[in-house]
Design a protein. Sequence first.
Length: 767
Amino acid sequence: MIENNYKRNVCVRGPDAFSEIKVTNPKPYAAGKEGIAAAMKHSFKEMGVFRAMSTLLHMNQKDGFDCPSCAWPDPEKPSRIGEYCENGAKALADEATKSTIGAEFFAKYSVEELSLRTDYDLNALGRLTEPLVLREGCLHYAPISWKDAYTLIADNLHSLNSPDEAIFYTSGRSSNEAAFLYGLFARAFGTNNLPDCSNMCHESSGVALSETLGIGKGSVKLEDLYGADVIIVAGQNPGTNHPRMLSALEKCKENGGSIISINPLEESGLMNFKNPQSLKGLLGSGKQLTDLHLPVKINQDIPLIKLILKKLAALDRLEGNIFDTDFIQEYTEGAEALLKDLDSYSVQELHMLSGVPVEKVDAAVNLLAGKRKIVVCWAMGLTQHKNGVETIREYVNLLLLMGAIGKPFSGTCPVRGHSNVQGDRSVGIMHYVDKDFNKRIETHLGFTPPSEKGLDVVAAMQAMYKGEAKIFMALGGNFLMAASDTDYTAEALQRCELTVQVSTKLNRSHLVTGKTALILPTYGRSEKEHGANCFVTVENSMGRVRRSRGILKASSDHLRSEPELIASIADTYFKGKHTVDWKLLGNDYRKIRELIDKVAKGFENTESRANGVGYYLPNNVRERDFSKLPGGKAKITINKLPEHQLMAGEFMLMTIRSHDQFNTTIYGMDDRYRGVYNERRIVFMNPDDMVENGLDKMEVVNLSSTYDSGTRTAYNFKVLPYKIPKSNLAAYFPETNALVPYNHFADRSRTPISKSIKVKVCKQESF
Ligand SMILES: Nc1nc2c(c(=O)[nH]1)N[C@H]1C(S)=C(S)[C@@H](COP(=O)(O)OP(=O)(O)OC[C@H]3O[C@@H](n4cnc5c(=O)[nH]c(N)nc54)[C@H](O)[C@@H]3O)O[C@H]1N2
Ligand SMILES: Nc1nc2c(c(=O)[nH]1)N[C@H]1C(S)=C(S)[C@@H](COP(=O)(O)OP(=O)(O)OC[C@H]3O[C@@H](n4cnc5c(=O)[nH]c(N)nc54)[C@H](O)[C@@H]3O)O[C@H]1N2
Ligand code: SF4
Ligand SMILES: [Mo]
């Protein structure tokens, strides 16, 4: 026991030893029977055969629960034999595992000992079953009653000099009901410090889409993908991260559409798909999905799209009818300026920067010319760069010039990550101020929310680091491992007086904590909250709100639902004296939904309309209504080329997900599609770069990044030759987060630059 020393000797990165790595060729297809086998292996091991099979039948069904993994939407008529994918099944198995850890476990192992385990091992320990406290100077978590936990939080909140010394972080799994109450409490307490995982995720999409189209969300519905002429999938790996999207791409192909993938990697899932829901898919050779793969260099999408636009413009001048002139005239502004700007770049320059061979660009131009039904799907490959916002605006330019916005089978499709990240935003999880939202709170809840902008993720890290924020509370998530600059974030969290985690499973944010720390265990999506008829609501990536009702018995009798525990904290803090009846809300979700209807934009009669597959929130782009934008028209924008001067020996690194993880939750050590088994500390490298740098296959290296004269290092990676553009590297997150500088992020959206980090690869002996 270290007396009076709250800086416990905890390890931030787990052990260094390698496991027995196995490498094969990348898989030529996604899903298939291996997908089913992997899903079943995880489900049966964690849940038992009967419980797994019967629970999976309720996932994504009309009267069942929403998959807790990604935000991909459910079809109008979910398949009764199973409307889920391998990774949905893994997420369920992970949440509904029969393994549990409680007070006895924590009495045996100190946080210092636990911190020496891998993130995989920590997660595998099982569900957290009771509230726990790590008191100042102690190394072991001990049990605490719910009442005492609420009082501890309330007392600490009362002790602050200003409400802005508290931070209320949200991950994206919480229901609309929980998120609404949480945001309400932060505002009632007096702060807009509501950073969320969106800040690290699709914030660039939100900013880019709001200023060009007038809504920070996508415009397509699921059915739009089925009938598109061309779907562009840019900076996204759906085979792993949104697997049921492959069925939608397959439908598009069956209807005669084409798929263009824009990605430094040939991701297996995008190439060929063996649909496990059909016998043909299981037994046949699969469906080739991508018609054209453009192997763009990391963060060179802007030159690539400019090149495509330049070539389309030349064709338009020659043949006409390539761009949609009527649409451009009626609904947009800025086209002329953009076309003029395109003249200032040479084709050679754009080719060279993009790294894509001429004939492939020409093939893309051919596929797109004159088409009107175009959908662009994207995810982190576009958002997590210094110029993430501009990159997305450049893709929007393409859609606007082609008139492929606000019509069936066309539009924007930013594919959201966490299953309810979009809903959380819609009901008020945001660090910025929405005046109308606040006004409605004032009208319907009787208090005035603060009018000063709060802290986002990056600002929250800095505030804790500087001692300006003293309490950090997290509704789900794993802030330490998800945020950039792991060592800096660890230091920041450790400088807090109190850190509170509302969680289902153990992760490193429970071990690297403030002076005092609390773990508040809660239900997973698949579990019954407050009895059989209780349901919550969620919003998917395409803006549809539906209900979700868990069916499993809770993993422990001591859990509290998120709304209930948030309401109890609020009630304890306000000692029952506030304009909001917190106690009532915590126990009656219908009452929360009534308030959501009154306060959050577009929600209406949610109680009844969220039935079945639910209802769509209003979306101005779908109606081709740009009247709220200055000038009343959609904006075509001019975006600069990225500036990346790589020095000799420098590479551009993107930090990506393996097939066996959900963000910082590591389900397993394999990445089946990329042919890597049993190890995660891998750096994917172009074979020519390996030769030029004298590196052998499986050689052990350290990766280092130098920004603002500070050098950061991620230790012990094995080099793997891989089909990736020259001077580009890929490695998994969160192992590489130590390399992402906390103060380098996207312009305006402030999303950390997790997909374009300049690094050096250092042989270990020369390090
Ligand atoms: N199973 C599983 N599902 C998940 C998650 C998970 O971890 N596991 N996470 C969820 C979350 S929160 C999110 S946000 C999404 C993430 O979903 P994705 O964005 O698909 O996830 P990443 O692994 O970050 O993959 C980014 C892709 O972008 C490509 N890329 C990187 N840089 C560039 C670039 O500069 N240009 C282009 N064109 N491409 C680039 C990479 O090669 C990679 O294919 O998935 C969600 N779903
Ligand atoms: N380098 C790098 N960093 C990245 C990214 C990247 O691509 N590269 N991606 C970024 C992105 S897109 C995102 S979204 C963030 C993710 O950041 P977070 O959302 O903070 O992280 P997760 O790993 O999703 O959080 C996992 C934890 O959530 C808890 N949990 C799971 N289910 C529930 C639940 O139902 N309720 C509650 N209360 N808790 C639950 C569990 O304790 C689990 O350990 O990471 C970001 N960080
Ligand atoms: S696509 Fe996403 S939401 Fe659908 S089952 Fe798979 S993981 Fe779950
Ligand atoms: Mo995300």
